[in-house]
Design a protein around this ligand. Structure first.
Ligand code: GLU
Length: 435
């Protein structure tokens, strides 16, 4: 055995050769989060390297014929980070900034998230590097179908189950399910979740991530002695996660004072009319141009006086450059990876509670799990039952990580990673190494 090679592999931040150290991006943030948890893992730390290496990475070329006859090629990914606890599970995003490092990090955060709420899945994620707004509906469908076909060799109801994420939705999932069904010659509704309800989707799935953000937000506020009714909330991102979260907080009496999205930033001290804003965004594509609010310079969003800040857009939004400006008492991460480890430290030193993504936005995958179970049994539950089960899982998971954070005197993020990594590595150890 070559001992020096073993020693090198066991050192800090071992990098797979396919990643450039200068371009670690979100994966680098994830590695730092893992390093923070290793001292808390006891005998399981022996297996911790598992968490730093995705199990399987597939990079695919996605060629399609454009409407004008040209052939365009897109780069697609599917990463299965860990499948110790069950099949891979996680969304697919279409975005012009998608990179391998990003999809790797997102797949790893899915492993942590699924273990944190204890649904029987590993973690996976997929994406295509494309701005879907530049495609016609036909081009979008052809790209989605070709991508599904290319990753078809590693997905399946018992292997890896995609779902919606940034810029993908129920229609995307319908095309993915149909493509998989055509290729395999059988209807397999459980191959993706987040489908239309008429196609084996679950009631409550569309709202589930926002409902989870709201549920853990209320629990966290209670621990801080913060009243949700009357609380001032700022939201970044007004898609499926930010929009529904804002709606539920507003219905509970909170004032949504600021919203920022890819089109601009708006402010209203008295509280925005959220139903009207949702209608505006559905018609106009962004919050820009909403007439019942003041326009806010984009960078001023981070100075907004508020009690609760909900980043619900993309990664690496709260950094060492703006964390000291945030005025909220707590940050609830609707997005995946919105806060860098350096910013986490600044927020913690300023006594701002961060409810991390891996628990705060786990409501989506929790109802995805319900959808998958319903598909297997072909027996569908009513919305009341789904929401009640969702709230129960989210509250229990939050209470568990809250008590670990109190006992070990660590941030909620590290506490969530402790709970999740112990679950993942325990199953890793039980299964043992093959061969
Ligand atoms: N894309 C969502 C997430 O980041 C949901 C994943 C799923 O339902 O599988 O959690």
């Amino acid at each position: 055995m070559n001992l020096s090679a073993t020693a090198a592999a066991a050192g800090p931040h071992p990098l797979p050769s396919y990643l450039n150290a200068d371009e670690l991006g979100p994966w680098g943030n994830y590695l730092q989060q893992v390093d923070r948890v290793i001292p808390h893992l006891g005998h399981l730390a022996r297996w911790a390297e598992t968490l730093k290496r995705p199990k399987r990475i597939l990079i695919v070329d996605v060629p399609i014929q454009m409407d004008d006859g040209r052939i365009a090629h897109f780069e697609g990914y599917r990463v299965q980070h860990n499948i110790s606890r069950g099949p891979g599970k996680g969304g697919v995003r279409f975005h012009q900034d998608v990179t391998l490092s990003e999809v790797m990090a997102l797949s790893a955060w899915m492993s942590i998230k699924n273990a944190a709420v204890n649904v029987p899945y590993g973690g996976a994620k997929g994406g295509i590097r494309v701005d879907p707004k530049t495609l016609s509906p036909g081009e979008l469908e052809r790209m989605t179908r070709r991508y599904t076909s290319e990753i078809g060799i590693i997905i399946g109801p018992n292997k890896d189950i995609p779902a919606p994420d940034v810029n993908t939705n129920e229609q995307t999932m319908a095309w993915m399910m149909d493509t998989y069904a055509m290729n395999t010659g059988s209807t397999a509704t459980g191959v993706v979740t987040g489908k239309p309800v008429d196609l084996g989707g679950s009631l409550g799935r569309r709202e589930a991530t926002g409902r989870g953000v709201y549920t853990v937000g209320v629990e966290a506020a209670r621990h801080l002695g913060l009243e949700v009714a009357g609380a001032r909330v700022a939201v970044q991102g007004f898609g499926n996660v930010g929009g529904i979260s804002a709606k539920l907080f507003a219905e509970a009496g909170a004032r949504i004072v600021a919203v920022q999205d890819h089109g601009g930033s708006i402010y209203c001290e008295a509280g925005l009319d959220v139903p009207a804003l949702l209608r505006h965004v559905a018609a106009a594509g962004s919050v820009a141009g909403f007439d019942k609010a003041e326009v806010l310079a984009d960078d001023k969003f981070w100075d907004v006086d508020c009690d609760i800040l909900i980043p619900a857009a993309l990664e690496q939004q709260i950094t060492v450059h703006n964390a000291h400006r945030i005025k909220a008492r707590m940050v609830i991460e609707g997005a995946n990876g919105p806060t860098t480890p350096g910013a986490d430290d600044i927020l913690q030193s300023r006594n701002i509670l961060v409810v991390p993504d891996v628990i705060a936005n786990a409501g989506g995958v929790t109802v995805s799990y319900f959808e998958w179970v319903q598909d297997f049994s072909s027996f569908f539950w009513d919305e009341e039952e789904i929401n009640a089960r969702l709230v129960k899982i989210m509250k229990n998971a939050f209470a568990g990580v809250w008590s670990v954070s109190q006992d070990r005197k660590v941030s909620l993020r590290t506490a969530t990673f402790i709970v999740a990594c112990q679950r993942i590595l325990h199953t890793r150890q039980l299964r043992g190494l093959y061969p």
